[in-house]
Design a protein around this ligand. Structure first.
Ligand SMILES: Nc1ncnc2c1ncn2[C@@H]1O[C@H](COP(=O)(O)OP(=O)(O)OP(=O)(O)O)[C@@H](O)[C@H]1O
Length: 507
């Protein structure tokens, strides 16, 4: 039998309180597109970090092209032909594409040469990218291309991709898949982590499923339904969120001509947003990343202050109020970037609970923090939202991405907001946890709160929203009932051809 490209044999890695990988063995062949599946915390990242030399296994071994392979650090893994595109990009906004790529090289050639090679690889693999563009001005999809091209310049034998499509538009996903197929046909193997099972079915020829750190199954995704794969991952039947009919109440939040300049050089200005949100409704806001999503969340949460009358909440003008005053009044928000924005990575979960829940949960008394109460609150979130962690004393950084997301969203929901604004609530979250988060948002609305969900995942928005609006270059289309909206109509709304603008053209 011929040797596989990479063989993993009995890899085991334990962290305090959890075994992240337990006796994991499988092969990846030359040119094979291999999916690594598993719910949040199943151990996928730990495994790929082991292959990339970022984690040292406690036991087990690897071979690469038949030779023992035990990279002590990423530099060695890269030199052996392993490349990795991370979920979170590591690029410098103020530098151009070629400069960013040079930063990742051991011995970078002159800029002009890098630019020429970027152009060549970009043409060869159908990944449009201009090496002279400033990274801060690129879309998420283009930033990812920078990372991919950086990898391709190393001519990898194995390309590892961790959740590559969560920030991409459907068109960008197609471009990426074409590139990956071409790479595979040329003999480059791809190890692909994603929670988007339909994409796995379209792309991968083999899948290894991890649960609680162990391999629990393998399948051919082309011949396995998404539902079967999801159930293999969780080991139980999948719960699909139910959108029960709900009475919709009075207007609780109104945006009136909400405008704000871009908060930084690479931000988007908000332009004359008008919107009414009612008690008991879920309003979905779609749009390609970078069209004002972060700015809108900031204007609602109070991180971005505006003129008083631009934000009206429960019949009071609050555009000038800071976040804590808004929290106290019942307007809560969970931003998109969980590490560093929604949660402080080095703080424990209890401390992270204190960060946003002190006012509403009474976690401070006469200026002193009530640690016992804070811990109980954090434990409540962990329990209610099935956050996989040994306990609230653990640092946010130690949680897997999806588990931290469950904690961050749960922390806000458990504070019983009157209005909850969430940005990308299920980003990087596995199918069953995503279903649980969506159900929690629907339950919140069923209890009379208003929920604004900002997401790039149109399927998600259609699943839970009563009304749908689209953000485009800082403008918001007028919301429309989600039921019955066609893909074409949504596409037009996302592209900015919404009713107001069409009316202007006619005039
Ligand atoms: N540095 C660390 N310290 C302590 N525990 C860790 C550390 N890294 C990972 N873990 C734990 O190991 C387990 C596996 O985590 P891992 O990030 O590999 O999961 P994952 O499958 O990639 O999850 P996700 O899909 O949410 O990204 C989790 O329980 C996680 O909390």
């Amino acid at each position: 039998m011929t040797e596989p490209l990479l063989r993993l044999s009995g890899l085991t890695k334990a962290y305090p309180g959890v075994v992240a990988n337990k006796d994991v063995s499988f092969d990846i062949g030359y040119g094979e597109v291999h999916a690594l599946l598993g719910e949040n915390g199943a151990g996928k990242s730990t495994l790929v970090k082991t292959i990339y030399g970022l984690v040292k296994p406690d036991a087990g071994s690897m071979t690469l092209e038949g030779q023992p392979f035990a990279p002590q650090e990423p530099r060695i893994a890269r030199a052996s032909g392993i490349a990795m595109v991370f979920q979170h990009f590591s690029l410098f906004d103020a530098m151009n594409v070629a400069e960013n790529i040079a930063l990742g090289m051991e011995n970078p050639p002159p800029q002009a040469e890098i630019a020429a090679r970027v152009r060549q690889v970009s043409d060869q693999y159908g990944l449009p990218l201009d090496p002279d563009r400033i990274v801060g001005e690129l879309s998420a999809g283009e930033r990812q291309r920078v990372e991919i091209i950086r990898c391709l310049l190393q001519d990898p034998k194995l390309l590892i991709m961790d959740e590559p499509t969560s920030v991409l538009t459907p068109q960008e996903v197609q471009i990426l898949f074409e590139t990956l197929r071409k790479l595979s046909s040329e003999g480059t193997a791809i190890l692909y982590i994603s929670h988007k099972l339909e994409e796995i079915r379209a792309l991968c020829e083999n899948a290894t499923v991890l649960r609680l750190g162990q391999v629990v199954g393998t399948c051919d995704p082309r011949e396995t339904s998404a539902r079967d794969m999801a159930e293999l991952m969780v080991g139980t039947k999948l719960h699909v969120p139910e959108k029960a009919p709900r009475p919709v109440g009075d207007v609780i939040l109104a945006l009136k001509g909400l405008s704000a300049p871009a908060p930084h050089r690479f931000g988007t200005p908000l332009r004359d947003i008008n919107l009414e949100v009612r008690k008991g409704e879920v309003l979905g806001i779609g749009g390609v990343a970078g069209n004002g999503q972060d700015e809108l969340v900031a204007a609602l949460s109070g991180e971005l202050r505006t003129k008083r009358a631009m934000v009206r909440f429960q019949d009071k003008d609050i555009g000038h109020l800071p976040p804590n005053a808004r929290r106290k009044a019942g307007l809560l928000a969970a931003p998109e970037e969980r590490m560093g924005h929604a949660a402080a990575p080095d703080m424990s979960l209890t401390e992270n609970a204190i960060l946003t829940a002190t006012t509403r949960e009474g976690l401070a008394k006469k200026g002193f923090l009530q640690w016992g109460k804070a811990r109980t609150f954090a434990e409540g979130v962990i329990k209610a939202f099935d956050v996989r962690t040994p306990g609230p004393q653990n640092a946010a950084r130690s949680l897997s991405g999806g588990n931290l997301q469950k904690f961050v969203i749960g922390r806000e929901i458990m504070q019983r907001p009157d209005v909850l604004v969430v940005n990308q609530p299920t980003w990087g979250v596995d199918a069953s946890a995503a279903a649980a988060i969506r159900q929690a948002l629907l339950d919140l609305a069923a209890n009379g709160s208003a929920v604004i969900v900002i997401s790039q995942d149109l399927d998600e928005l259609m699943e839970i929203s009563d009304r749908f609006a689209a953000l485009n270059e800082g403008r918001l289309s007028s919301p429309r009932a989600a039921t019955g909206l066609t893909v074409e109509e949504i596409g037009l709304m996302l592209g900015g051809a919404h009713d107001m603008e069409v009316a202007h053209v006619d005039a």
